[in-house]
Design a protein around this ligand. Structure first.
Ligand code: PMV
Length: 330
C-alpha cells in the first residue's frame, strides 16, 4: 500500500479534503427502567430516526476549540485548564483531549445538530456526548473505539444523572438492541419479528435524576417492598426478551402493560401517562407503557399495523403532544 500523501494539518491532524463527522442515535427503553439502576435487567433499542450529528471544521490558528449549538444560538469554549464538568458538552470534549493526551486545545469548531428532543427520555444527552467524542477523536486522527467511547460517555452521564445504570450510553454507543444488566458485559437482543411502536410525547418533563433519586429513597426506606417490585420487573424483562426472540408480539404487549403497572407502583407514572397508555390499549394496541425516567416523557405502544392510525389519534386525544412511529428490528 502506498503512503497517504494527502495534506494533513500539522496543527490538528485534520485532512484538508475530508469532512469529519460523528453521529449517534436516540434510544428507547423497552422494559426495565428504574429497576435497572438497582441491578435488574432491562431492554433498550436505538432509535435511528432521531440523531445527533457533529461536524468538525478547522478554525484559524490560536482560536482554540469551540462547540457551536446553532439551535440554541450558543457557543461554548473548551478550556483544558478549567473544570467545566458543569457543562456536559465541553466536559466531553475535555475528556477526549485528555484521553488522547492533548495538552492544549486544537483549533477546531464542532457544529452540533440534533433531531432528538432534549430531556424527553430519548437519550439526547448521551447522544450529543457520543457524537462530540466520535467527531473530535476522529478529527484528531485517533477515533475512539466503542468500548472507550462508552466509558467516556458514561463518565459524562454520571454528572447530570447522579446514579445512572449505564443503559443509555451503552445502547447509544453500540447502536444495537440490548439486554443490559448494570456492570455486566452487554448482550445483543435478537429480534425475530420486527415490530412497530408508536412513541407519544406526554409534553411534560421531570429530570431523570429526580425520579431515580426518589425511587432510590423509597427503596432505602422500604427495601423489602421495593426490592420485590424490582425483582418482579426483572422477571417481566426476562419474559419480554423471550417474547422478542420468539416473535410473540401479543405476549410482548401484555408484558408492556404489566411493566407499566409495576412502574406505577414505583410512583414514576402520572395521570397523563396512564391516560395515554389506556387510550392506546382501548384503541387496539397490544400493550403500552411509559418509557424512561417517567413523570412525563414518553409512552410507547405496540401496534398492529391495521390499527396504527386509530391508536395514534387516541393517544393525541388523551393529551399527547406528538406521536412518532418506529420499527424495532430492521
Ligand atoms: O434517560 P431516561 O429518562 O430514559 O431514563 C433512563 C432510565 C432509568 O432507568 C430511569 C435511569 C438509568 O440510569 O437507567
Amino acid at each position: 500500500m502506498g503512503a497517504d500523501t494527502r495534506y494533513y494539518s500539522i496543527r490538528t491532524g485534520l485532512r484538508a479534503d475530508m469532512k469529519v463527522e460523528g453521529s449517534a442515535p436516540g434510544k428507547l427503553i423497552l422494559f426495565g427502567e428504574h429497576a435497572v439502576v438497582h441491578g435488574a435487567p432491562a431492554l433498550a433499542v436505538p432509535l435511528a430516526a432521531l440523531r445527533t450529528t457533529v461536524t468538525v471544521e478547522e478554525s484559524p490558528p490560536g482560536s482554540g476549540l469551540s462547540i457551536l449549538l446553532p439551535e440554541n444560538n450558543q457557543v461554548l469554549r473548551v478550556h483544558l485548564a478549567d473544570d467545566s464538568s458543569d457543562n456536559t458538552l465541553s466536559y466531553t470534549a475535555e475528556l477526549v483531549l485528555r484521553e488522547l493526551k492533548w495538552s492544549r486545545e486544537p483549533d477546531l469548531k464542532l457544529l452540533v445538530t440534533s433531531t432528538i428532543p432534549v430531556g424527553a427520555g430519548l437519550g439526547s444527552g448521551a447522544a450529543v456526548s457520543a457524537a462530540i467524542a466520535r467527531a473530535l477523536s476522529a478529527a484528531l486522527g485517533h477515533p475512539l473505539d466503542n468500548e472507550s467511547l462508552n466509558e467516556l460517555v458514561f463518565a459524562v452521564e454520571k454528572i447530570h444523572h447522579g446514579n445512572p445504570s449505564g443503559i443509555d450510553n451503552t445502547v447509544i454507543v453500540y447502536e444495537k438492541p440490548l439486554f443490559f444488566i448494570k456492570g455486566q458485559p452487554i448482550e445483543t437482543l435478537m429480534v425475530k419479528q420486527p415490530f412497530r411502536l408508536l412513541v407519544a410525547d406526554s409534553g411534560h418533563r421531570t429530570p431523570t435524576y429526580v425520579t431515580v433519586g426518589e425511587v432510590g429513597r423509597l427503596f432505602g426506606d422500604n427495601p423489602s417492598h421495593f426490592g420485590e417490585i424490582f425483582s418482579q420487573i426483572g422477571k417481566v424483562v426476562q419474559q419480554a426478551r423471550t417474547a422478542i426472540e420468539n416473535g410473540d408480539l401479543e405476549q410482548l404487549g401484555a408484558l408492556m402493560n404489566e411493566n407499566h403497572t409495576l412502574l406505577r407502583e414505583l410512583t414514576v407514572s402520572d395521570e397523563k401517562l396512564d391516560a395515554i397508555c389506556r387510550a392506546a390499549r382501548e384503541a387496539g394496541a397490544w400493550g403500552a407503557k411509559l418509557s424512561g425516567g417517567g413523570r412525563g416523557g414518553m409512552v410507547i405502544a405496540l401496534v398492529v399495523d391495521a390499527y396504527g392510525e386509530d391508536i395514534r389519534e387516541a393517544m393525541l386525544s388523551a393529551g399527547a403532544l406528538g406521536v412518532i412511529n418506529t420499527v424495532v428490528g430492521n
